[in-house]
Design a binder for this molecule. Sequence first.
Ligand code: ADP
Ligand code: MG
Length: 462
Amino acid sequence: SKRWGRAAAVLRDLEERCAAPPARLRQVADAVAVEMHAGLASEGGSKLGMIISYVDSLPSGQEKGLFYALDLGGTNFRVLRVQLGGKEGRVVKQECEEISIPTHLMTGTSHELFDFIAAALAKFVASEGEDFHLPDGRQRELGFTFSFPVKQSSIASGTLIKWTKGFSIDGTVGEDVVAELSRALDCQGLDMKVTALVNDTIGTLAGGRYDDNDVVAAVILGTGTNAAYVERANAIPKWHGLLPKSGDMVINMEWGNFRSTHLPLTEFDQALDAESLNPGEQIYEKLISGMYLGEIVRRVLLKMTQEASLFGDDIPPKLKIPFILTTPHMSMMHHDRSPDLRTVGAEMRDILGIQSTSLKARRLVVAVCDIVAKRGARLAAAGILGILKKLGRDIPGSDKQRTVIAIDGGLYEHYTVFSETLESTLRDMLGEEVSSSVVIKLANDGSGIGAALLAAAHSQYL
Ligand code: ADP
Ligand code: MG
C-alpha cells in the first residue's frame, strides 16, 4: 500500500544519509588526527579540547594503601574504596556503591549537587569494615572522576568548562570543582583530601594500564563519549611547563565535541541538536552516545508515523515526548531474535503506549535501530582509527608492538550490535596485519580503580 511505500522511503532516505562507508570513515579519521594536532598546538586551536591532564605517569603496580574514588559524570555516581597491596598484593579488596542522581539535582544548584554527593560519600565511609585499613594520623585520600570538560590547572584542581549530557547547573562553569567538592566534604565533617582530579577516560586509561602494560588509549561509550591517550610531552606545542621525567603526558581529548563536514548528519540530528541543552556542541557525541541514540530513533519513528501512519491513523502521543525511548530500550528491540519480534511489540506497548503493532511495523523499527546504532559504532571506530593514526600505529610496524585500547561504558558493554560493529569496522579499516596487533579491551569500571590508583600515585604522603 501507499502507506508502506512512504515509510520505506523514509527508511531508505535515512539509510542514505546515515551511510558511513570506508572512504567516508577514512575522511573522518583523518579529520580527527588533524584536529588532534591542532588542539595540541594551541589553546582553543580545535573543536577537540586536547586537554592536558597533568597525569604524566600511569600506575606502575607499586601503589599501596587505602584509597577512595568518586565517579560523577552521568545518571549515576559511584563511590569506591580499594585496599592496594603493592606489586605483590595488587588489589587486596575493593568495595563499590552506585547511587542514582535525582534528576532535579542535574539542573539545580551546584551546592545541592555537591552536598548530595558528599553526604553519600560520608555514609559510605561510615560503613567501612575492618579489612580496610587507614594508618594512624593519616587523612583519607580520594581520586575524583568528574566526567565533564574541565580545564585542569594541576593534577588536583581544574575549572568546569561546560556541562554536558543533560546536566545544566548555574554557577559551576569557571569554578574549581575540587574546591566545590572539598567544601561539601567539610560540611559533612568528612576529613578527606582530593589528590587527583581526572575524568572517566583518564581513570579508564590508568586502570587499563594497571592491568595491561600495552594500553595506550581509553574510550568511553556510555551516556556520553570521550577518549584519552598517552602523548609524548614534546609533541605538545601548547605545553610550556617542564618536560615530565617520563616524557609522557596523558591527553583528555574531549572528542565528544568533534565535528566535521564528513560526519553524516540528518535532519533528525539537526533537530535533536537544536532542541538540546547545548545546541551546536558535542555533535560527535550526539551521533554516537547512549544518551542520544534512542532519541534519534524516536524522532525517525515520529516522522514515519506522521508521513506514513506507521502505527495507525493517530500519532501515539507518547512518541512525541523527547527522550522517552532510551538507548537500553532501543538495544532490547534491536536484539529481539523472536520470529514475530515480540520484544519490539512489548516495548512499543509499554514505552510508547501503542497497543498493537503489525509485524511489518516492528521490522521497520528494528531497521531504524540498525541504521542508527551502526552509524554510531562506525563513527566511533573512525575516531579510534584517528588516534591510532596520530600515534603512528595504524600502519604495520617493524616491532610487532601490541596496541591496546581500553573501552568502558554501558553502551559498549551492553549493546552487542554496537560493540561488534565497532570492532569489525576497526578491523576492516586497519587491515589484517595491523589489526592482529591492536586489541580492544572492555575495561569494566576500570575508571574507579584507575582514579584510586592515581590518587595513590599523587598521595601527599609520598
Ligand atoms: P555513564 O556514562 O553515565 O557514566 P555508564 O557507563 O554506566 O554510565 O553508561 C550508561 C549508559 O549506557 C546509559 O545512559 C545508556 O545510554 C547506555 N546503556 C546502558 N545499558 C544499555 C543497554 N542495555 N543497551 C544500550 N545502552 C545501554
Ligand atoms: Mg561513567
